[in-house]
Design a protein around this ligand. Sequence first.
Ligand code: MLT
Length: 402
Amino acid sequence: MAQINENYLKLPGSYLFSDIAKKVAAYQAEHPEKEVIKMGIGDVTRPLVPAVIEAMHKAVDEMGTAEGFRGYGPEQGYDFLREKIVENDYAGLGIEPDEIFVSDGAKSDCGNIGDIFGPDNKVAVCDPVYPVYVDTNAMAGRAGDFAGDKWSNLYYMPCTAENGFMPELPKEKVDMIYLCFPNNPTGETLTKEQLKSWVDYARENGSVILFDSAYEAFITEADVPHSIYEVEGAKEVAIEFRSFSKTAGFTGTRCAYTVVPKALKVNGTELNALWNRRQCTKFNGVPYVIQRAAEAVYTEEGRAQIRENIDYYLGNARIIRDALEKAGLEVYGGVNSPYVWAKTPDGMKSWDFFDKLLTEAGVVTTPGSGFGPSGEGYIRFTAFSTKENTEKAMDRITNILK
Ligand code: MLT
């Protein structure tokens, strides 16, 4: 008889963002007259920029000609894109094109990367945390059992207002460490010096850091590292995930990449070779048309156009921060990040405040507790709505919090 992967049965409920989508759909079905503003999942709203669209059109036309048609592409991504990524995103950092693996998303890669790690690794995650790191390790059997609000085998690193949302170095030996900075969900960042302490820890303990840098394009302050490889020695201990989703509006188009340096070895085995083996077996590459579109992000026009969008979203983040602060909430993030993390008023539970905002203000957010136990008592707003809707949402929230 066939057996299932019983680790799936241990997963509580459904995936956080599907849960919220279902809740919102049910509310809308009951109240079709109410206009709901979505500031929950971090999905962009601005259209793809002209440089990207032009490159896509050109690539589509190429695909319709005998000379330009392409079938299966390289599983690791076309050289034209890998080279552009290295030249632009890793200039001076010593990363080579064959250390870049183009993929359909940082979410998929953050989940799939677990394939190349053993089942007994001790995994450390920030708390609150992007749920993909936790759920995919639970699926792989590395998380143990879900008891109350935590997994028995995960090492949780609380990130709270008290410690400035900065995880403390683990007090025990851990093998895989997920770090996401600028952080999802808190929107907070760390300095190069702080990141160095993690690289040092990993080097001393033989751990691998899985560094999610999906929001680096939103960094506005100096001394906030864009890549973990800015820290010396990181190439020997870290894998980095980047995405075109939030940077260039590719959430629906799908394109990202993962950097696996050849210097990164576990027990003498190069992880670059293992990830290559994994990708060649389970993945057939990102469509040619999409990779040409991603390449256009690095042109002069492309850069300027995506910058305008990022600044637009950062402007929304400012509107959210200002309004919530004026309404008397404690507010974090939103300066180097599209996420604003706010303390709920009067000690309200995250889901209760989520319900209040949905039913009284018609605004969808993400409850902090959905990201882990230390997220309880917080709520997350995204800045990816339109400016008009962001302002409207803030007016409504200001009114109900009076
Ligand atoms: C989020 O809202 O946390 C992200 O958009 C989810 C994702 O990128 O998968």
